[in-house]
Design a protein around this ligand. Structure first.
Ligand code: DGJ
Length: 344
């Protein structure tokens, strides 16, 4: 019996649809709204990633609409593949812990896991005016909170100035030997890479002070070189982010160089973390950046892209959709065509 045209074409249409829905689910789409598994825009701004076993936890500033203005919140999401995230709740809900004032801020939370104490240790930038009539960002301290579980609840412990210095943007770095470092920006002096104490509850030693006005600090160790990355101090406005390299954390560090064409202002983003994924075949280093929307912070986006890195060069390619194989560490940039999404 002869088949009708509909019957002949049906299987081909089904295959095309399933390929395209697979591509949709597992693709990083820089700067687009990134939904969690419940269909809500991921709220983990200025965030950081912690890996426990095969699970990645993403912590960040929770800025969804309708939050109680008395509190500041840190969200926690979990994922096995870095694309699909489950909201695990607000890991920290904090009311002004140091009497800073109504406009106090909690920014750039980062969580470390201490295998010795079996505690999750959260660092955060605490700031705001110190008294009525004073401008913002004068408190300039880190806050520390603790939890027994990755998703919290975290209990606030204290605030302090690391090594007695002002501290605004913070970043987190775990070296290949497991040593934990806090990166902090100390406006009068520069950019610190500082080792945490054994229990991670305090900052023990300044390993390096880079005398450059850099915030949004991030660090990665790749193929025998350290790469430090950060932005200029332009508030919420994007600027050309820059990097430097060194063979030792102590330095000496190279000159800072652009990570992307300066005219793009880092494609409208600001660095937050460098995430190294070591797989069975390859290593991918991901630039994690925030695309801030200061007037509608809940709508701020993320720009995550695999970096071109090696031999002292680090380069952020023009953002396009991309895929990562979490087991092999390989990534693939996807070029969109007019015919549809998800084409190589
Ligand atoms: C730039 C910082 O990187 C952000 O975390 C935030 O503190 C803004 N400045 C505020 O202007």
């Amino acid at each position: 019996m002869r088949q009708t045209p509909q019957k002949i074409f049906l299987p081909a249409i089904v295959i095309l649809l399933s390929v395209s829905s697979f591509a949709q689910r597992n693709v990083f789409r820089p700067k687009e709204v990134w939904l969690d598994k419940s269909g809500n825009h991921i709220q983990a701004h200025g965030g950081g990633i912690l890996k426990i076993g095969s699970t990645f936890y993403w912590y960040g500033e929770q800025r969804r609409q309708g939050l109680d203005p008395e509190y500041r919140y840190v969200s926690c999401y979990a994922s096995k593949d870095l694309v699909n995230w489950t909201f695990r709740g607000d890991a920290l809900k904090l009311s002004d812990p140091e009497g800073i004032g109504d406009t106090w801020v909690l920014e750039r939370p980062k969580v470390f896991y201490n295998a010795g104490t079996r505690k999750f240790v959260m660092y955060m930038h605490l700031d705001g005016p110190r008294g009525p009539g004073e401008g913002g960002y004068r408190f300039a301290r880190v806050g520390v909170a603790l939890s027994d579980k990755a998703e919290g609840p975290f209990r606030y412990v204290r605030s302090f100035r690391p090594l007695g210095m002002e501290s605004r943007d913070i970043g987190q770095f775990i070296d290949d030997d497991g040593s934990a470092y806090l990166i902090f920006e100390d406006r009068p002096n520069g950019f610190h890479i500082a080792r945490l104490s054994a229990d991670y509850l305090s900052v023990e030693k300044d390993v390096c002070l880079i005398k450059a006005p850099i915030e949004g600090g991030a660090l990665v160790h790749y193929d025998g070189l350290y790469y430090v990355l950060g932005s200029a101090l332009t508030g919420w406005k994007p600027n050309p982010n820059k990097y430097a390299t060194a063979t030792r954390l102590e330095g000496p560090w190279s000159e800072f160089r652009d990570i992307a064409p300066p005219s793009t202002n880092t494609y409208g983003s600001q660095s937050s973390m460098l995430l190294k994924i070591v797989g069975s075949r390859s290593t991918t280093v991901i630039f994690m950046g925030d695309v801030w929307k200061p007037e509608t912070q809940w709508d701020s986006r993320y720009l995550w892209m695999p970096l071109e890195i090696g031999g002292g060069r680090m380069w952020l390619p023009e953002p396009v959709p991309w895929k990562l194989d979490i087991r092999t560490g390989e990534h693939l940039l996807l070029r969109e065509t007019k015919a549809g999404r998800g084409k190589k």
